[in-house]
Ligand binder design. Structure first.
Ligand SMILES: NC(=O)c1ccc[n+]([C@@H]2O[C@H](COP(=O)([O-])OP(=O)(O)OC[C@H]3O[C@@H](n4cnc5c(N)ncnc54)[C@H](OP(=O)(O)O)[C@@H]3O)[C@@H](O)[C@H]2O)c1
Length: 363
């Protein structure tokens, strides 16, 4: 805490900011309370309130506006801290779009909108590091889009399709969790590149969106349809590119149908996250030999230097109406644990976001 503010004669940081009196700032936050053993539940989190911290040298204070949720967070909640797991008792880490309030970190200035690693709380002191560095949100992009379709989720989809899967016009492209955050962008990018595109997703609302607004050539509801039979109907010649978000039995079905020189993009394996023991290997991997196929892991952070290029491409398709942003928005910080759990029940339709606070009027 500082001393008495010369402008408003009140205790600095408790009741004034830069000489302008503002209400006392309390920081609402979710702490990581208990390691995950199985599913994510309310017992893994604890609600707390604490004073807003002061940023030191090389740090900045940000006001979190939008939180983004990732299925892989459950892996960090299950792992020991020395193995990269989250620290027990500390605020829950999470990706966020935020507004810089105070900065001792070049090149960030108060008022900047940023996207990067933050926490499940109103205000965070961050140093701009993480799995990748905090970035300024380009002018003209809203914090919501930066946390959603134009954030890591959309960028992984973009680079996974354009650089790893590389569907050619007329080829058959299939994705799992196709109406989720990554999947909803991946299938649309493949479509834009001219591929015949089929999405696999859970539930009527998702497949309706895939067939409707997303304009796919076909969609399969894995909850109500027999996926193998439907894949044979929709992909009679087989699959050229399979974009895998969930792993498990769907991956096997896709491998079985892989065409000569087919590609499998390993983006994620949500069906395995949180489960005990090593994941079983795919049964049908020998098909890769038979068709000279390729299965390649995709790591979004490898493309960090090219994020602006990916954002610009996605943004131009959004503006042209070729790409439709699909986001599932939950409002208020209190809902953060429930928002994360939605990814594993499959309730989310599109990218799971949470709005903590109104964005600045200027953004
Ligand atoms: N490689 C990278 O750099 C990178 C970066 C970001 C994300 N990812 C990965 O991309 C994948 C998608 O992430 P996202 O954020 O877009 O999540 P998401 O797909 O929006 O949400 C998860 C979806 O997975 C499906 N699902 C959940 N539990 C499942 C289960 N037990 N079996 C089968 N499907 C299940 C559900 O979709 P349905 O109901 O439609 O099946 C659910 O809606 C994740 O595996 C994530 O780890 C990878």
């Amino acid at each position: 805490m500082g001393g008495i503010c010369t402008a408003c004669r009140l205790a600095e940081r408790e009741s004034c900011y830069g000489g302008t009196p503002i209400p006392v700032r309390s920081n609402r936050q979710w702490l990581f309370a208990k390691g995950v053993d199985g599913a994510v539940g309310p017992e893994n989190f604890r609600w707390a309130e604490s004073p807003v911290e002061t940023p030191g040298e090389g740090q900045m204070l940000v006001r979190n506006l939008w939180l983004s949720f990732e299925p892989t967070q459950i892996l960090s909640m299950a792992a020991a801290p020395e193995a990269g797991g989250y620290e027990l008792g500390a605020p829950m880490p999470g990706l966020a779009a935020s507004e810089v309030v105070e900065s001792q970190l070049v090149p960030f200035r108060p008022g900047d909108l940023v996207y990067g690693f933050s926490r499940w709380e109103d205000y965070s002191v961050i140093d701009g590091t993480g799995y990748w560095g905090t970035m300024k949100i380009p002018t003209g992009i809203s914090p919501r889009l930066a946390a959603g379709t134009l954030g890591i989720t959309g960028l992984v989809a973009y680079f996974g399709v354009v650089e790893v899967g590389r569907p050619r016009p007329g080829e058959t492209f299939v994705a799992s969790a196709a109406a989720g955050g990554v999947g909803s962008v991946a299938v649309q990018v493949a479509k834009i590149l001219g591929a015949r595109t089929i999405g696999i997703a859970g539930g009527k609302e998702k497949v309706d969106w895939l067939r409707g607004e997303a304009g796919l050539d076909g969609a399969i509801d894995h909850r109500s349809e027999e996926v193998a039979k439907r894949l044979d109907e929709l992909c009679p010649e087989g699959i050229d590119v399979y974009f895998d978000n969930v792993g498990g039995p769907l991956l096997d079905l896709a491998l079985e149908r892989l065409r000569p020189h087919g590609r499998v993009v390993l983006c994620g394996a949500t069906s395995r996250y949180g489960r005990a023991g090593p994941p079983p290997g795919p049964q049908n991997y020998l098909q890769l030999i038979m068709v000279n196929g390729r299965m390649e892991g995709l790591l979004g952070k490898d493309f960090f230097d090219r994020f602006p290029e990916g954002m610009a491409a996605l943004q131009s398709w959004l503006e042209a109406g070729k790409l439709h942003s699909k986001e599932d928005v939950v409002v208020s910080l209190e809902q953060a644990p429930a928002a994360l759990a939605r990814l594993f029940s499959g309730v989310n339709v599109g990218k799971q976001l949470l709005q903590i606070s109104e964005s600045p009027a200027s953004s």
